[in-house]
Ligand binder design. Structure first.
Ligand SMILES: [Zn+2]
Length: 143
């Protein structure tokens, strides 16, 4: 058995293929940035990254990712009582400092299947998540 086979059995593989505008190798915020020694540097998963690209295509303007995947040691995850969207690799925070951008991001998030959307210009980012849910309402919250 090769070393790589052993690693894949003992550690979940969080690697994803880059899309046209988003590359985890050159856009480190797509991965966990907590710096904990046990951090697995998990990325947003492929399905979410592909949806993010569809939003980017429709927006047709630059998007700055401020947070993506987060491991369980991330300071914002460690205090949560339930596993959050970022830890599930199903969420991105996109920088947003004006209401026009906020509206566009939220409309496009809905267009491309996001299940949980929050934040906005008031807090400097929009949270977009594709976490699986059977809910038919619109889960959201304030930061
Ligand atoms: Zn981490």
């Amino acid at each position: 058995m090769q070393k790589s086979d052993i690693e894949s059995e003992t550690q979940k593989d969080y690697s994803v293929m880059p899309t046209k505008n988003f590359n985890p190798k050159s856009d480190p915020k797509l991965l966990c940035t907590c710096g904990h020694k046990e951090c697995d540097r998990r990325s947003v998963d492929q399905e979410s990254l592909d949806k993010l690209q569809l939003i980017r295509d429709d927006l047709n303007a630059p998007m700055v990712i401020t947070s993506g995947g987060r491991c369980p040691y991330h300071p914002k995850e460690i205090k949560k009582t339930e596993i959050g969207d970022h830890q599930l690799c199903k969420a991105v925070d996109v920088r947003c400092d004006n209401v026009i951008m906020e509206t566009k991001l939220k409309v496009l998030a809905g267009r491309h299947g996001a299940t949980r959307v929050a934040g906005g210009a008031y807090c400097g980012f929009v949270h977009i998540a594709w976490t699986e849910t059977d809910r038919k309402d619109v889960p959201t919250w304030n930061y």
